[in-house]
Design a protein around this ligand. Structure first.
Ligand code: 5AD
Ligand code: SF4
Length: 448
């Protein structure tokens, strides 16, 4: 009987996509995926270290697995992702029942581990021995970004495609450059080949993934940038929608705005994290732009593509953030009127510059600022959704609604979720809906 793997993914889309690669490798070795960790032969925890909370969730899950493993000593436990990369072998010291550790730039090493454990006929005692760590320093697997890994994707309508790995920005609060290493772009040929194959399999939409897609191409020979890449992908016929995350405001260019405007398949949605509305804080964060520079780009975008939705990330309580700085962020939210934001309390991350900065803010103050930010944004989001009532919009139908089994769910180009009465046959189709009612996080519509 074939073995079963179970993957528990923490964190961002990047991790969800990495889990598709991990699943792809297990499938290649004949393993079956299992939703349930209870009957799995191997459990992979794909970890996130962006904020302390995500890290705590992982460690409590890992602690829980100790008992599970005592009952079932044949169970293998693998730790992947950003915490694996950062803590490395230290994880073995405190959690000796972990069998395998690999980082985001070492997913290909899973192949040799599965071979050693499963394919080669090791005696049970050997197989139980804690396995060697397949973890290099973050940039010591330089060919990783050129490898074509098998993938087992979630869903059949939209797919993630990595266009670059790593990040060179070193924002003062952020751990990503330490866990995912230096920025490296994949070749346009590899990317287009992957997307052509997706189109042949029936996928309609792709989301291009990178920490800073606007610097795509810098590590490649030749003269290709992100807008050029979009144009290439745009020629792939059966792909009807193209999205991308994340854009860095410093590198977000007029050329990209014009390209988005030119290419109808590029969705009218831009995620452009501002982080703060205060120049002083932006400088301390090492973001490389002022609020005015940011605002100018937003104004240009709104002017060129008036129906574009804009979303953002905000950090509340960065070290040294005064009430005045915070008020500037509130002003920015009122001025820009985002369609939606992700707002976070600043979280101390080991090894980052911000950790050693003076004037860390009290938890209570951070909580209050975060809740003010969310409250203000909720009113803006709702107002913007309300303005869509009565409109006729195009959506790509993705699946049954998670909350109402009688409804189907899809997204507009601007990334708004629309629930409507329909059936399974709608999945994968682009249809017109009339918006009947706005909610905070979704819209109710009907087919027209
Ligand atoms: N604390 C809080 N938020 C953070 N982010 C990144 N690092 C931290 C941190 N230490 C947020 C940023 C980024 C998003 C992905 O996560 O807003 O854009
Ligand atoms: Fe982190 Fe900044 Fe890189 Fe984004 S751009 S991953 S926030 S360092």
């Amino acid at each position: 009987m074939s073995k079963k793997y179970h993957i528990h993914t923490f964190g961002c889309q990047m991790n969800v996509h990495d889990s598709e690669k991990i699943a792809g490798i297990f499938s290649e070795f004949g393993f079956n995926g299992s939703e349930d960790s209870k009957n799995a032969d191997v459990i992979v925890l794909n970890t996130c270290s962006i904020r302390e909370k995500a890290e705590q969730k992982f460690f409590s899950e890992l602690g829980r697995l100790k008992k599970v493993k005592q009952h079932n000593p044949d169970l293998k436990i693998a730790v992947a992702g950003c915490i694996a990369q950062q803590k490395g072998k230290d994880i073995f010291i405190k959690y000796p029942y972990v069998d395998f550790i690999f980082g985001p730039n070492n997913i290909d090493h899973l192949q040799s581990w599965i071979e050693a454990w499963d394919v080669k006929d090791l005696s049970k005692s050997d197989a139980r021995r804690p396995t060697v760590v397949h973890l290099t320093a973050v940039d010591d697997n330089p060919e990783y970004h050129t490898k074509i890994l098998p993938m087992k994707r979630v869903g059949q309508v939209k797919a993630w495609v990595s266009i670059m790995y790593g990040c060179n920005n070193f924002c003062a609060y952020c751990i990503v450059p330490y866990t995912r290493g230096r920025e490296k772009s994949r070749s346009p040929e590899d990317i287009c080949k992957e997307i052509e194959a997706l189109a042949d399999q029936g996928f309609i939409e792709v989301t291009l993934l990178g920490q800073n897609v606007n610097s795509y191409g810098r590590t490649l020979e030749g003269n290709i940038d992100f807008p050029d890449l979009l144009r290439k992908i745009h020629t792939i016929e059966k792909i009807r929608r193209i999205r991308f995350v994340t854009s860095h405001p410093r590198d977000f260019s007029e050329k990209l705005i014009n390209t988005m405007k030119d290419l109808p398949k590029v969705c009218r949605h831009l995620h452009l994290p501002v982080q703060s509305g205060s120049d002083r804080v932006l400088k301390a964060m090492n973001r490389g732009y002022t609020y005015n520079e940011y605002k100018k780009k937003i104004d240009l975008l709104k002017e060129s593509i008036p129906d574009a939705a804009i979303t953002s990330d905000i950090i509340a309580g960065f070290p040294g953030e005064t009430e005045e700085d915070f008020e500037r962020t509130m002003t920015a939210l009122s001025e820009i009127e985002y369609d939606g934001i992700y707002a976070f309390k600043y979280s101390k991350r080991p090894g980052t510059k911000a950790l050693d900065m003076p004037d860390h803010i009290d938890e209570e103050i951070i909580s209050r600022r975060l809740s003010d930010i969310l409250k203000l944004q909720e009113s803006v989001t709702f107002r913007k959704n309300k303005a869509l009532e009565g409109e006729s919009l195009e959506i790509l139908v993705e699946s049954k609604s998670g909350t109402d089994p009688d409804k189907m769910t899809g997204r507009t180009g601007a990334n708004k979720i629309v629930n409507f009465c329909g059936d399974d046959e709608d999945i994968g189709k682009i249809i017109q809906v009339k918006i009947l009612k706005a909610r905070m996080h979704s819209l109710d519509g009907e087919k027209i």
